[in-house]
Design a binder for this molecule. Sequence first.
Ligand code: GTP
Ligand code: MG
Length: 449
Amino acid sequence: MDTTIASISTALGSGAISIIRLSGPDALNIVNQIFKGKDLTKVESHTIHYGRIIEGTEQIDEVLVMVMLAPKTYTMEDVVEINCHGGIATTNKILELVIKKGAHLAEPGEFTKRAFLNGRINLIEAESVSDIIEAKSNKQRTMAMNGLNGRLTNIVKKLKEDILNIIANIEVNIDYPEYEDAIEITPNYLKEHLQSIEKNMELLLSNAKIGKIIKSGIDIAIIGRPNVGKSSLLNALLNEDKAIVTDISGTTRDIIEAKMNLNGIEINLIDTAGIRETEDIVEKIGVNKSKKMIDQADLVLLVLNNNEELTKEDKELLQEIQNKPHILFINKTDLPNKLELESKETIVKGNTTNLNGLEELKQKIIEMYNLDKIEEKDLTYLSNVRQITLVNNALENIQTAIQDAEKEIPIDMLEIHLRNAFDELSILIGEKYEDELVDKLFKNFCLGK
Ligand SMILES: Nc1nc2c(ncn2[C@@H]2O[C@H](COP(=O)(O)OP(=O)(O)OP(=O)(O)O)[C@@H](O)[C@H]2O)c(=O)[nH]1
Ligand SMILES: [Mg+2]
C-alpha cells in the first residue's frame, strides 16, 4: 500500500462533473505537478481549490481539487479528488496525466480495500459500501445502510462477546479450580447459555432470507403446457404487451424475463416455453430451459387451463413441482369448466381476458413471502452468501457444543467448538482474514470505489 492509486470514481458518460480520485503517499505531489493554482502541498487538509489542469502549456480543464490528508479520509491515506467537467474525453485525459506522473491505476474496489486493510471499516461495512452503490430500491438502500452504520456488525459483535464470555469462564474453571467465586460451568449452565446464542444465530439466518428477497427480489417462473396462457399471464401482470401471444401451441420458444414490483420488492417474472414432447429442435431447447427454470426459480407459478381436462403433461408437471414453493393458477375461467383438480394446493382461479384473479394472485405471493410485513425501519440482515455461510458454520459449532454439553463431554473438548464459532464470526467481520479471499471479495466492486 505504499503505492498511490488513481481511478475515475464517477460513472463514465456525459455528465456535469466527473471525479478522478487518488489515494496514497504521492497523491498530493502527483496532482500538484499538473495543477495550476495554489501549491497543493502547502494547503490545509479538507479544503477545496480552484485551478486548471495543465499538460505542458496546454490547458486541459478548469477544475476543483479536494485535498484530504491522512488519516481522516476514506482510505486513511492522503486522498486527492479532482472534480473536472464530465464527459469521457476530459476525464480520461486527466486520469492519463496522473498515471503518467506516477499513480497506479486502481483495481476495482481498491480504495475500499485500503479502507478495510487500514482498519477504518470492517468487512461487513466494506460489503455494504458495494451494496449501497448497487441499491435500486429504498429497501435495498436502507438494508445496505444498516450494514454500513454498524447495526449488523453490532449484532455479530454481541454474539462474539457472548461466546467469549463462556470460553473465559471455562478457562477459569480449568485453570483455577480452587477459585470459589468463579462461576461453576455445569452442563446445564452451558446448555442454557449456548441455546440462547443458538437462538440468536438462527434468527439472523432466518432473517437473511428476507435480506435476500430485498436484495435480489423473487424469481417467479411461469410454467405450464403450451397454450394454457402463460405469456398472456405475464403480459397481464405487467400490464404491457411483452411476450407474443397466439393460439398456436409452442409460441414462446425462449425465456422471457420482466420485472414488476410488489410492496417495494422486485419480482422477476420468467415466462417459459410450454412444456411438451416435441421433435422441433428449437422448441426442444426451449422446453429444456423451462425445466431448468423449475429448479432455478424461487417460486413456480404453474398455469393450468380451466377449459380442458387435466392431461398427462399437467399431472407430470404437478408432480415435478411438489417439492418447490409453488402456486397453481387456473386460467381461462371465462370459458366453461372442464378441469377437475383434487388438491389442497394454493390455487388461484382467473383469466387474462377479463383480468380476473390477478389481484388475488399478487396477494398470495405477498402472503407467501410476508412482503407486507417487511418493515422499512429495521432492515438489518446478512446480505450475501459469504456472510450467511460463516454464520451457518458458527451455528453448527454451537450446536455441536450443545450436544457435547448434553453428553457431559469434558468442557475443554467442548471449548474447541466455541473457539471455532468465535473464529467464524471473526472472519465475518474481517478481524481474521486470508489475503486471497479479501482480494477476491473486492474484485467484485465497481471501479473507483
Ligand atoms: N378465453 C381465454 N383465452 C385465453 C386466456 N389466456 C390466454 N388465452 C388464449 O390462449 C392462447 C394461448 O395463449 P398464450 O399466452 O400464448 O399461451 P402460452 O401458455 O404462453 O403458450 P406457449 O407459449 O405456446 O407455451 C391465446 O390465443 C390466448 O389469447 C384466458 O384467460 N381466456
Ligand atoms: Mg407463451
